[in-house]
Design a protein. Structure first.
Length: 315
């Protein structure tokens, strides 16, 4: 089974000097760089109406068009993994991803992922890139994700993500007492020394996070964070950048912080929470078929709620 996709766009001047395959993967993030390399090699990518070369360094301003066939996803096996489906129709699925579930296979996680689960739940998703997954949550971040069920919905959702019309709101528990909300506008890129981490770097991609205070505790704050952009580890990096790392964050939280005046219950709860305290609580978008604004909201999982209750009891 094949489906034809058609992509059109103009390369932004800010990307000048980069390889075409890298640029395409950034402009159309639903498709991998390796897939674009295959399409370029097969002559499916035109640059200013001429066949493109993968190693070409873009100047910025070029018109790019892609017309290619999507093959069935054959490298990822369907697996019977429970899904918490919040909404579904013929165009999309909205899921509440649990903490601990990897979104799609990668080095170190060849299976047991959300993508494996989706292919079992709906085998027809094999005709879509990454089984319809258009955005990600980190393994240990819980909450709402949208998945496309048709190529038309897939392209529409990718377009909304690029246009920043998909609104995502997160709950985060940070290791600091904040007096007010604010905005972090700081570019994010790969850490210059640790390739497993991201960091605020001048050469990074633009990244903007807005946060506001929901609840204060003696040594912590529960904040709501809304994203304008969707960079890897964005909230974790941005909050650490302003010296408010997330509770339990193994990459960006630094050493475990236990408030000196904390009760034994608070000490035990913080020690036991060994993942980042981050939950994708609300998701809003324009339905790809009806054109109506739709939204969903889910409560944090039990471990997150239990930690908050211990902190509230202390306060």
């Amino acid at each position: 089974m094949q489906e034809t996709i058609q992509l059109e766009g103009q390369i932004p001047p800010a990307l000048a000097g980069r390889r075409l395959d890298q640029v395409l993967a950034e402009l159309f993030p639903a498709y991998s760089r390796s897939r674009f390399q295959q399409w370029i090699k097969a002559g499916k990518v035109l640059l200013n109406r001429q066949p493109a070369v993968a190693k070409y360094r873009v100047a910025g301003g070029e018109q790019v068009s892609v017309r290619a066939e999507l093959e069935l996803e054959t490298g990822v096996q369907a697996q019977d993994i429970p899904l918490d489906v919040q909404y579904e129709d013929e165009h999309l699925l909205v899921l509440n991803k649990p903490a601990g579930l990897v979104v799609h296979p990668a080095a170190g996680n060849p299976d047991g992922t959300l993508q494996n689960a989706l292919l079992y739940y709906d085998p027809q998703l094999a005709a879509l890139p990454r089984a319809g997954i258009v955005h990600r949550l980190d393994k240990d971040t819980s909450g709402l994700m949208v998945v496309a069920r048709s190529l038309e919905a897939h392209n529409a959702l990718v377009g909304q993500l690029q246009a920043r019309t998909v609104h995502r709101s997160y709950l985060a528990l940070v290791q600091q007492v904040l007096t007010a909300g604010g905005t972090v506008d700081a570019p994010i890129g790969r850490h210059p020394r640790d390739r497993l981490r991201m960091a605020v770097v001048e050469s990074g991609k633009p990244a903007i996070s807005h946060y506001r205070v929901l609840e204060r505790f003696p040594a912590h704050t529960l904040v709501q964070v809304q994203l304008e952009t969707g960079r890897t580890h964005q909230i974790r990096v941005h909050m650490a950048h302003i010296h408010c790392p997330l509770v339990g964050d193994p990459l960006y939280g630094g050493r475990l912080r236990i408030p000196r005046a904390a009760s034994p219950a608070v000490r035990d709860a913080i020690r036991a929470f060994r993942r980042q305290a981050l939950h994708a609580a609300r998701l809003e978008l324009v339905h790809p078929a009806s054109g109506e604004a739709v939204g969903w909201e889910v409560e944090p999982p039990e471990d997150f709620r239990a930690l908050l209750e211990v902190l509230r009891a202390e306060a």
